[in-house]
Design a protein around this ligand. Structure first.
Ligand SMILES: C[S@@+](CC[C@H](N)C(=O)[O-])C[C@H]1O[C@@H](n2cnc3c(N)ncnc32)[C@H](O)[C@@H]1O
Length: 261
């Protein structure tokens, strides 16, 4: 019978093979049409080959220090950032900023592997920014820029650059001076919308910064893993409302308490 023939062993095996190849083809086609290379990790490795951010001219290092930053270099590996990005489950409403982005690998990774609206890196070192920008141009030339979605690098100080439209900030600020971290926190605390901040060190206590999670992830300088901190930053207007509500509740409770002699 035909029915039996269709489900006989040899037919099942070959049809399964064709079906699998067809789905694989469809997946690649979908990814390509959304601008994502079939293997983002291999693609980034390829475009960054022989392009490192570790060595910069000494006058550049001095200028970064003078401007209140720190020139020390280190990277978050692809798989470590992939873990954070998966966990954050970013959407097309999200805007991702890397503050002190080095050669920009994380910025391009977030753009290629998530549906975010914008991925922006800010970097003070001209040498590192040049590499980031050349890799961005390569990515565009390779057809991985998607219309309506933006990726860019800004050669400025994170203390003064405009960073107000982000929803998520990644800071690999292991050697950032305390004043730089404090000023950044102050700037982020003034934002009118809620944002998330990931930093490779705990941030000093602040009433608007709420610790959500601590990841344990390998870094270029610590393959065994380090703690990486995820915070939610609550806008000041919301904190004020919570405080007023809290004070109101306390007052009401006090009024309801029976007077004892
Ligand atoms: C530890 S590296 C991190 C590189 C990248 N974010 C990563 O994780 O792979 C820190 C970077 O911040 C940059 N940087 C330091 N101070 C800065 C500042 N005030 N403004 C902009 N970039 C700064 C440094 O030049 C360096 O490239």
């Amino acid at each position: 019978m035909l029915y039996l023939d269709l489900f006989s062993q040899p037919f099942q095996k070959s049809s399964m093979k064709y079906l699998f190849s067809f789905f694989l083809f469809l997946t690649c086609l979908c990814r390509a049409s959304f601008g994502e290379p079939a293997d983002s990790k291999a693609y980034l490795q390829m475009i960054y080959e022989n392009k490192g951010g570790y060595i910069i001219p000494s006058e550049e290092s001095e200028a970064i220090l003078k401007e209140g930053g720190h020139p020390q270099y280190g990277e978050i590996p692809y798989d470590s950032l992939a873990h954070i990005l998966d966990d954050l489950n970013l959407s097309s409403d999200d805007v991702f900023y890397v503050l002190g982005c080095g050669v920009g690998k994380g910025v391009l990774q977030a753009y290629l592997t998530t549906p975010i609206k914008r991925s922006i890196g800010i970097e003070l070192s001209q040498t590192r920014w040049n590499i980031a920008e050349s890799c961005r141009k390569q990515m565009v030339a390779d057809g991985h820029l998607v219309s309506g979605r933006d990726v860019g690098f800004i050669n400025q100080n994170i203390l003064t650059a405009n960073l107000s439209d982000a929803t998520v900030y990644f800071i690999n600020g292991i050697t950032f001076p305390p004043l730089l971290i404090q000023t950044l926190m102050k700037r982020l605390s003034w934002l009118a919308h809620e944002v998330k901040v990931i930093n490779v060190l705990p941030l000093p206590p602040h009433q608007q910064f709420q610790l959500l999670k601590i990841y344990q992830l390998p870094m270029s300088w610590a393959p065994e893993g380090v703690d990486v901190y995820l915070y939610k930053v609550i806008p000041i207007a919301q904190v004020d409302t919570f405080n007023k509500l809290d004070q109101h509740k306390k007052r009401r409770k006090k009024q309801k308490q029976p007077v004892t002699e």
